[in-house]
Design a protein. Structure first.
Length: 414
């Protein structure tokens, strides 16, 4: 088939959304002729990667808004409006391209959120939407832990999803898509409410770069116990909960350490919390590391990944830890809860901050006391990735969805 992929984020040798876009192109091109619309600033790394390892059957279309519209995209404030406008512009690029090529199928892959909508789904070509997330919300009792800035963030986030529910383009897109793929059950519920008739829950993947290092980082044999959290230092990542749990756990395990890798607006608050809890000498803030390999090396120097995110669409870092054979402790919420099982880690219920902190501390103690359990969980995690969270197997499943999606012909374009 002739397939058009919309991949705003698409870049090789990156994590998170850029890896998702890049790997969907690689996988779909194994089966079909693929055209990709992506941002122009992705061009240099993409072409460098293609020079080393071409992707047969792939055609690349680079598009960005005019220069005058780009200056305010920098930072969090202007990013989403820019993305919305980019989707509108990509629609006209895709319409011209469709007139030339005549696509059999269109698939939106990144950004992996259901709002703002992907306007190319209105071209009248059979359309697959996702996997997309964004329908997750932090349990309300946890709002008491947030700063004023964080509460404001959550308020505006909830407002965005409320606007999405009445956005006529989003509702039209939901009603027209042949298949909507949600990363979590919460998002699946929202997509059905928007009018999507066929919704599938499928965790998003994006850590294929980590596969290069399977077996390279054996389980640690040190007597010390070291945990790690990796990600942007945002309130919803829940690292403040992990710090409090570590403070309860650490007195019984004085040789233990907690490493936090990342940067973000919560950095100062987390550092202050570590001092307040009296554990600053046992907590190391590594800030942002330059390459994925550096991140994986840090992960390999630790025993357990702690990722207590309060609303997480993907949780790619959990997937990466599993690939490298490290158990994961997470909250029983969102994307991480779909990846982690009882055999590969510990999922903690999220009823209240106090309950979550206590159970996170208990989970840390359980894994610190039982090195053999950590080894078993690490091996089980790698096996789960191979059997259930494998990119190639997921792509094969997606090809079945493609075949079913094109049945029934085209709808009228807008």
């Amino acid at each position: 088939m002739r397939v058009l992929l919309s991949a705003y984020a698409c870049e090789p040798e990156k994590g998170s959304e850029p890896a998702v876009g890049w790997n969907w192109v690689r996988q779909v091109a194994r089966f079909h002729e693929v055209w990709v619309i992506t941002r122009a600033n992705n061009r240099e790394p993409i072409e460098a990667a293609l020079a080393k390892e071409p992707i047969p059957n792939s055609h690349w279309v680079y598009f960005d808004l005019p220069r005058w519209a780009r200056f305010w995209k920098k930072g969090e404030r202007g990013h989403r409006p820019y993305y919305y406008l980019w989707q509108i512009g990509a629609y006209f690029v895709a319409r011209r391209l469709n007139a030339q090529v005549g696509f059999d199928l269109i698939h939106h892959v990144t950004f992996g959120q259901y709002w703002p909508p992907s306007f190319i789904g209105l071209l009248g070509v059979p359309f697959i939407w996702g996997p997309v997330g964004g329908g997750e919300s932090a349990p309300s009792p946890f709002g008491s832990d947030f700063s004023c800035r964080a509460r404001l963030y959550e308020t505006f986030r909830d407002l965005r999803w409320s606007l999405a529910s009445v956005d006529p383009v989003t509702r039209l897109l939901a009603s027209r898509c042949r298949v909507a793929i949600a990363t979590t059950g919460q998002t699946a519920t929202r997509l059905r409410m928007l009018g999507a008739e066929r919704v599938i829950v499928l965790p998003q993947l994006g850590a294929i770069e980590a596969m290069k290092y399977v077996g390279s980082f054996p389980t640690r044999g040190s007597n010390s116990f070291r945990i790690i959290s990796i990600g942007r230092l945002m309130h919803w990542k829940g690292f403040h909960l992990a710090l409090r749990a570590f403070a309860r756990f650490q007195p019984r395990y004085p040789e233990s350490e907690y490493w936090i890798v990342g940067e973000g607006p919560e950095g100062r608050r987390l550092s202050a919390l570590a001092r307040e809890l009296g554990i600053e000498s046992k907590v190391v803030f590594w800030k942002r590391l330059p390459t994925l390999h550096d991140v994986y090396k840090k992960l390999a120097e630790c025993d357990v990944l702690v990722h207590p995110a309060l609303h997480e669409t993907f949780g790619t870092v959990c997937f990466e830890a599993m690939i490298l054979g490290r158990p994961v402790i997470c909250l029983d919420l969102g994307g991480p809860a779909l990846q982690v099982t009882e055999e590969t880690g510990i999922k903690v219920p999220a009823s209240s901050p106090e309950q979550a902190v206590q159970e996170l501390a208990t989970a840390l103690a359980r894994l610190a006391d039982d090195p053999a359990l950590r080894v078993r969980m690490g091996h089980a995690a790698q096996q789960r990735v191979e059997e259930c969270l494998n990119w190639e197997k997921t792509a094969a499943f997606m090809m079945e969805i493609y075949a079913k999606a094109i049945e029934g012909g085209q709808r009228q374009a807008c």
